[in-house]
Design a protein around this ligand. Structure first.
Ligand code: IMP
Ligand code: MG
Length: 185
């Protein structure tokens, strides 16, 4: 747990409404997710594909809990400007270098909100004929009207608030927080 003074130093005194998931809670759940993934992929090449930037810390912790050989690559998509609501536009800025064909792919997302990002990326990734495609999301707000693919691995069902920390940002700030907090809007 972080003391109030630590939180103030981490955020520079900016508005954090409250800590939603503390460091230990996240660590415990991410280890469990890693073990779930480990158990569900008994054979075949596995590629863990992190969606940047939001998944960077989650991915780092997750892959160290996946106790089997696998590869790691990234995708960069951008769906938000500086606001706290989805713009509906998803732009692909970096594509994985590795071939996806014939591999088990796990797309790693920080959070599923409107589902726009997932819907767009799932269609795109399926065209590349992976052996299988699943999503691992740290957080799921469960408000997406229609998802092309329901995440198989979910860390937490998140409250319908704007969350920051552990990779999640607001206008690029707060990604470094070791916990997940809700933001005063
Ligand atoms: P979606 O396309 O609306 O599902 O949104 C997915 C992306 O929006 C995530 O990968 C995040 O980068 C961002 N996002 C959605 N909700 C939040 C939030 O509560 N905090 C920070 N980023 C969010
Ligand atoms: Mg973001």
């Amino acid at each position: 747990m972080h003391a109030a003074t630590d939180i103030l130093r981490l955020t520079g005194g900016r508005e954090i409404a409250g800590v939603t998931y503390d460091e230990q809670t996240i660590a415990r759940r991410v280890r469990e997710l890693g073990l779930e993934v480990t158990e569900q992929y008994p054979d075949g090449e596995l590629l863990v594909l992190g969606l940047l930037k939001g998944s960077f810390i989650f991915l780092g912790d997750l892959v160290r809990s996946i106790l089997r050989p696998h590869q790691v690559d990234f995708m960069v998509a951008s769906s938000y400007g500086s606001g706290t609501t989805s713009s509906g536009n998803v732009r692909l800025l970096y594509d994985p270098e590795t071939t996806l064909k014939g591999k088990h792919i796990i797309l790693v997302e920080d959070i599923v909100d409107s589902g726009n990002t997932i819907n767009r990326l799932v269609r795109l990734l399926r065209e590349r004929r992976p052996r299988s495609l699943e999503i691992c999301a740290l957080l799921h707000k469960r408000i997406a009207a229609q998802l092309e693919l329901e995440p198989r691995f979910v860390g937490f069902d998140a409250p319908q608030q704007f969350l920051v920390g552990y990779g999640l940002d607001h206008a690029e700030d707060f990604r470094h927080l070791p916990f997940i907090a809700s933001l005063n809007e």
